[in-house]
Design a protein around this ligand. Structure first.
Ligand SMILES: [Zn+2]
Length: 399
């Protein structure tokens, strides 16, 4: 009854990276290191200069010392200050550099508008949630970290549900897919993966970047397959269908939910680390910090500093998990579409479009690679043979 898998078309060759891609990769590593350093240096500076405490004093003056308004004003001041300090680097990495490498045709106004929107959104979300840990720090100094950590799970879940529907459209236009024939094929691929009732969106990302991407997200009525218009312009329908199959893999295999559960557990661990170390640091440097307890909102940079350190330590493990998920999603896409050639050539197109280096060094992989390097992905696809029979409803593909 089984037909053999499609005859191998011969391995797809991974081209060496262009000289431009190598330069983009190397300078990207330098920028990454600078950003890591700043992530620690800026909060440390705010603490040791007493600047954070001064911002809190200003905020308390404005808000007459009332807890919640003080927190919001302090947060707004702190966010604005960090925004201004980081603006030159943000402009360089997010705008000037992308243009210099031909990866963007974004207008300056769009970039600046998105930056301001991001700042306002950060303050709004911070104002909505940060009072919780600070209230718990007062109410339950010994166990605040576990209560706050317990709330992380529903919070991350909410973010996941809200972001695609309410946040993403603030930055880009979401429209129906223009190519109706391809849309029907995409929906057929989704049905084959057992994902029914999803809407297909074409997102106007070409105003921001020339890079390509796609994702599947949402539940119930918000279930959606989102394709960047840049991807549709660059990939063939067969390649696009493989990318959709890959994204459906993440969705069907529940990778986002796995990530949310792990992130929540790590949040508890990180907050416990803060709980165990913050008091000692305040005892040692409180005179310079200008506050004597962690429940003072002026401690925000201290929390940022300690949580950033924790994040750095766990990054290699989180990235390894992410690469594991990517490999599983690649496999899912291959089983679903049984089109190794489209898969491998899609990655070669991605490499060229996104200026990726297909075989980066080991340190890069350890500390920065959320996806397996493209060279490894193509090697894997070249060697992979979908199971005879394939996934689920692949019978519809056989006659
Ligand atoms: Zn993926």
């Amino acid at each position: 009854m089984e037909q053999p898998p499609p005859a191998p078309e011969g391995p797809v060759v991974v081209p060496p990276p262009s000289e431009k891609a190598v330069r983009y990769h190397r300078s990207g590593n330098v920028i990454w290191a600078v950003e890591q350093l700043l992530g620690l240096a800026l909060p440390a500076l705010l603490l040791f200069t007493g600047l954070s405490a001064r911002l809190r004093t200003i905020a308390a003056g404005v808000a007459h010392g009332i807890f919640y308004p003080t927190l919001v004003v302090y947060l707004a001041l702190l966010s604005a200050l960090l925004f201004v300090i980081q603006l030159p680097l943000a402009y360089y990495t997010g705008y000037a550099r992308e243009h210099a490498y031909g990866l963007s045709s974004q207008r300056f106004g769009k970039w600046a508008g998105d930056e301001v929107k991001g700042l306002l959104l950060g303050v709004l979300i911070g104002a909505a949630v940060l009072w919780v840990p600070y209230l718990l720090l007062r109410a339950s100094p010994a166990h605040w970290w576990i209560w706050t950590g317990a709330l992380a799970l529903p919070f991350f879940g909410l973010v996941l549900l809200v972001t695609p529907v309410f946040i993403a459209p603030l930055f880009n236009k979401f429209g129906p897919m223009k190519d109706k024939a391809l849309e029907a094929e995409v929906l057929a691929v989704a049905a084959q993966a057992g994902v029914d009732g999803a809407r297909v969106f074409e997102i106007e990302k070409s105003v921001d970047t020339k890079k390509v991407n796609a994702y599947v997200t949402g539940v119930g009525k918000t279930k959606r397959i989102v394709l960047w218009d840049t991807l549709l312009a660059r990939l063939t329908p067969r390649q696009t269908k493989f990318v959709v199959g890959h994204e459906l893999g993440h969705y069907v295999l529940g990778h986002v939910w796995v990530n949310i559960v792990i992130s929540s557990a790590l949040t508890v661990a990180g907050l416990y680390g803060v709980h165990r170390t913050a008091d000692g640091l305040i005892a040692a440097f409180g005179d310079r910090f200008g506050f004597d307890r962690i429940s003072d909102v002026a401690s925000m940079p201290l929390l940022m500093l300690l949580l950033s350190l924790f994040a750095m330590v766990i990054t290699p493990a989180m990235l390894a998990l992410s690469r594991h998920h990517e490999r599983a999603a690649d496999k899912f896409g291959l089983e679903l579409l049984r089109d190794n050639e489209a898969a491998a050539t899609a990655f070669v197109a991605l490499q060229e479009q996104n200026l990726a280096v297909p075989r980066p060094g080991r340190l890069y992989k350890l500390f920065r690679a959320s996806h397996p390097p493209i060279g490894e992905r193509v090697d894997f696809i070249n060697g992979y043979r979908p199971r005879p029979g394939g996934v689920d409803a692949s019978s519809t593909r056989r006659t």
